[in-house]
Design a protein around this ligand. Sequence first.
Ligand code: OAD
Length: 250
Amino acid sequence: MFSSIPDDLIHSLCKAKAVTVLTGAGVSAESGIPTFRDAMDGLWAQYDPMDLATPEAFARDPAEVTRWYDHRRQKCMAVRPNSGHYALVELERSLDEQGLSFTLITQNVDRLHQRAGSQAVVELHGSIWDWICTCCGEKKEEFGMLCTEYPPRCTCGGVCRPGVVWFGEMLPVVALELSFAALEKCDFFFSIGTSSLVQPASEFIQIAGRNRAKTVEINLEPTPATPWADWYIAGRSGEILPGLIERLSP
Ligand code: OAD
C-alpha cells in the first residue's frame, strides 16, 4: 500500500498549465528491469559500473561491453510497460486535450515510456536500442534485434557503441536544452522512481521549485530530492500513479 494522495496535490495538479515529469529506474522496476542502486538486485550490485559503463571500459574490451549491453537489451525486449508508464501516457493525453503542456524527461534508456505511448519524451541518458558508429558517427535504432557479433559493426566497417551516456561523458546537448526549457516553463513537477544521486537530473526538482512550480516526489524511499518536494509520496510508482491520475478525471 502507499500513503494516500493529498487533496491539495490533486487540486494543484488540476490547475497546472505545464507539467514536467522526471523518471528514473524505479518506474521501469515494475516491468522487471533492475534498477541501478537497489542493494539486492540492482545492476550495480552485480556489476561494477566502472567495468562496463565507461568509455575506458569500451576502449579496453568493446566485445565484453557490447555483449553486456546486448544482454540488457534482451531483458528490455522481454518486458512490457507497466501501469505507471500507462498512467503517464494518460496524464499527457489529458493535458494535450486541454492544449496544456507536458514533458517527460527520463533517465531510463529502455524506451518503455515510448512503447507505452508517451510522445513528448526527452531521453537524458540516451537509449539502449541505439548503436552509434565510433567511426562515421551513424546512429541506428535496432529495437528488438540482438547482435550477431560483438562489438557490432557499422556498414562502414567501424565499431559500434551503445547509444547511452557513460560515466564521465557529457549528456546529449539537445536533451539538456529541452529539459531546462521544460523546467523553466513548468508549474508542476514530478520526480518519480529516481534516487536523485546523479547530476544534473538530481537538481531538477530544485530548479523547478525555484521557478515556482509545485513539486512532488514519488519514490520507494526518501532521497536527497525529498526536502525540496512540496509533497513526498512513499510507495511504488505503478500503484501510486494510476490512483493519482484517476482522481484527476472529472
Ligand atoms: P537508481 O537505481 O539509482 O534509483 C532507483 C530509485 O527508484 C531508488 O530510489 C528506489 O528506491 C526507487 N524505486 C525502486 N522501485 C520503485 C518503484 N516500484 N516505485 C517507485 N520507486 C522505486 O536509478 P536512477 O535514479 O534512475 O545513469 O539512476 C540514475 C542514473 O544513475 C541512471 O540513469 C544511470 C545511473 O548511473 C547512466 O547510466 C548515465
